[in-house]
Design a protein around this ligand. Structure first.
Ligand code: PEP
Ligand code: MN
Length: 338
């Protein structure tokens, strides 16, 4: 449930309600807007008396929250959240955050070259996989810690924030030492132990949608992270599995407005993994901006034909430069810039 306080309720009244809830063994989440103050309640609400709550000063009403996700819920937090990434960039209203880089970190030179180029074209977050969750065990599995060192070095040189995927608790512990943001990939969206652990790191997390996950399952997965105290969560739509074979996955852009209604968390769209084809990345990126995504994740490589993974969906440098040039007016139309 949420408790909506009267407009401009005093701290004293808000504190009294919070104390009553906590004294009964439940947790609270306070959202103080300019006009409205909302106290979200997490826990067994049968322990609370609605009658008692309504008798507190300046309580306006009690609204039940029927969804199983609470902290993620827009009812708990009506204003959109802005996530800060390592003090280097932000994801949220008014900004179009561009995450770009190779699918996999392949070498020091490869990453530095790509980092400089994507920075030049407006990206603020460098992506690069060091632990690669490949479909086949015989495909390149990533440089692991060596790759993370290159990410840190590229960040130090360019000022870009960095994101990499953690595929296990041990890779998470190692990654947390080197990067600004952790990605949980589609294949691990419901790896609940990993979600809890990434919730304990406090680092910003980008949670990708599972290959066949519903939006509610995805939001519940985000709740796992937030329930450990980490509120820096960003969601990433990366396509879902359907019967269609022309694209690698089917980009579910309707997820963006649906999420916007259900959650206050920022939303990123990844047209690279969604389509699996370089040519389809720019149009779907523009469509994502049109439906008000907070940012994009795009794979970039100077030599896609020789990339160690996902070359077929990577933009080369000329394509990326043209892509960002064309994207700016779309961003401006929805009141965002990069
Ligand atoms: C990736 O971004 O490197 C990746 C593997 O994506 P996904 O988890 O969406 O397949
Ligand atoms: Mn990839």
């Amino acid at each position: 449930m949420i408790i909506v306080m009267k407009p401009r309720a005093s701290d004293k009244s808000v504190d009294a309600v919070i104390r009553y809830i906590k004294d009964n063994g439940l947790q609270t989440h306070l959202s103080r807007g300019e006009e409205v103050t909302i106290i979200g309640v997490v826990g067994d609400k049968t322990k609370l008396s609605e009658e008692n709550l309504l008798s507190y000063d300046e309580v306006e009403k009690i609204v039940p929250v029927t969804e199983s996700y609470k902290l993620v819920n827009r009812k708990f937090h009506p204003d959109p959240t802005t996530v800060d990434v390592g003090g280097k960039t932000r994801i949220g209203p008014g900004i179009l955050t561009l995450m770009a880089g190779p699918c996999a970190v392949e070498s020091e030179e490869q990453l530095l070259r790509i980092a400089r180029e994507v920075k030049e074209n407006g990206a603020t977050i460098l992506r690069g996989g060091a632990f690669k969750p490949r479909t086949s065990p015989y495909s390149f599995q990533g440089l692991e810690e060596e790759g993370l060192k290159y990410l840190k070095e590229a960040s130090e040189e360019t000022g870009l924030a960095t994101i990499t995927e953690a595929v296990s608790i041990s890779s998470l512990e190692t990654s947390a030492k080197y990067v600004d943001m952790i990605q949980i990939g589609a294949r691990n969206m419901q790896n609940f132990e990993l979600l809890k652990e990434v919730g304990r790191t406090g680092l910003p997390v980008m949670l990708k949608r599972g290959l066949s996950a519903t939006i509610d399952e995805w939001l519940n997965a985000a709740e796992y992270i937030m329930s450990e105290g980490n509120h820096n969560v960003v969601l990433c739509e990366r396509g879902i599995r359907t019967f269609e074979k022309s694209t690698r996955n089917t980009l579910d852009l309707s997820a963006v407005p649906v999420l916007r209604e259900k959650t206050h968390l920022p939303i990123i769209v990844d047209p690279s993994h969604a389509t699996g084809h370089t040519a389809y990345v720019p149009p779907m990126a523009k469509a994502a901006v049109a439906c008000d995504a907070d940012g994009l994740m795009v794979e970039v490589h100077y030599d896609p034909a020789h990339a160690l993974s996902d070359g077929q969906q990577s933009l080369n440098f000329a394509q990326f430069a043209q892509f960002t040039r064309e994207l700016r007016p779309f961003a401006a139309l929805v009141g965002r810039s990069f």
